[in-house]
Write a protein that binds this ligand. Structure first.
Ligand SMILES: Nc1nc2c(ncn2[C@@H]2O[C@H](COP(=O)(O)OP(=O)(O)OP(=O)(O)O)[C@@H](O)[C@H]2O)c(=O)[nH]1
Ligand SMILES: [Mg+2]
Length: 249
């Protein structure tokens, strides 16, 4: 995608970057430690306000790693991206249209199963994902054992254990994001397989979606799923953010 176009898309969200700065989105369920990760990494280099047109908090902050500059965006906590609330819409729209160079999905180590739901949705939108399993100190207290290597192999993206409040694992998290954005780490996110009827419907839609300009902008499978869901909020966002004539450069 043309760099100017990417900048213009990001400006919709009040985000200004130069070509040298990577944008990292922080997503996750409410109360899993996103802001703790954000504060630990960005310290005082923060800027807070509201999301354009919404009364939802927006925090952006920067950090440097291996001489590269990263702009981190602390997204509102959400259980899903299926747009039942302003928060879900913001998180979904930013991941879809803000074109982050990487998205960190923060999960609660003490309730992985519930938290993975959001991770799978995000992995339908983008393959630039790093999973951060936070609160591992709490999991240890509860004698929950997690096989991180196996989880990583199953998910197809890097999985980094952290205890953000104590600063544990944050360097590894920065390293994983760095390797993803410079392209030395290739991810292959696991895709959820739906019922045969849904998979069939996706297969019918894909050949019609794939030739369109929009398929360069939005993951076609995710778009097919949203169309099947008759997700009018998402269609509205497409119209808001994408000038279809300029969608491919
Ligand atoms: N024990 C422990 N507590 C943590 C850890 N990380 C964050 N917390 C605590 O968890 C609580 C929630 O952290 P936040 O960073 O505000 O969570 P959040 O995901 O930003 O929450 P929302 O913005 O409301 O969605 C706070 O009391 C943190 O101090 C951790 O690794 N271990
Ligand atoms: Mg927060």
């Amino acid at each position: 995608m043309n760099m100017d176009y990417r900048h213009r898309l990001r400006e919709h969200f009040g985000i200004k970057t130069n070509d040298q700065q990577y944008v990292v989105a922080l997503a996750g369920n409410p109360n899993v430690g996103k802001s703790t990760v954000f504060n630990a990494l960005t310290g005082l280099r923060q800027h807070t306000g509201n999301w354009p047109g919404k009364t939802v908090d927006n925090a952006q902050g920067s950090y440097t790693y291996e001489n590269k500059s990263f702009l981190m965006i602390d997204l509102p906590g959400t259980y899903s991206l299926l747009s039942h609330s302003a928060e879900e819409e913001i998180a979904r729209d930013f991941i879809c249209f803000g074109k982050p160079d990487a998205t960190i999905v923060v999960l609660d180590a003490t309730s992985l199963e519930r938290n993975l739901n959001l991770a799978f949705q995000i992995m339908e939108i983008t393959d630039k994902v790093v999973v951060c399993v936070n609160l591992i100190d709490e999991a240890q207290k509860k004698k929950i054992e997690i096989d991180f290597e196996r989880l990583e192999a199953k998910l197809g993206v890097p999985v980094i254990p952290t205890a953000a409040r104590n600063g544990v694992g944050l360097k590894n998290l920065q390293k994983a994001v760095y390797e993803l954005v410079i392209g030395s780490q290739i991810t292959k996110p696991k895709q959820i397989k739906y019922s045969p009827q849904i998979e069939e419907a996706i297969d019918t839609l894909l050949p019609q979606i794939e030739p369109l300009n929009i398929a360069q902008m939005i993951n076609p499978r995710w778009l097919a799923l949203r169309l099947l869901d008759n997700d009018s909020s998402f269609i509205e966002s497409i119209n808001r953010y994408i000038n279809l004539q300029n969608a491919v450069k």
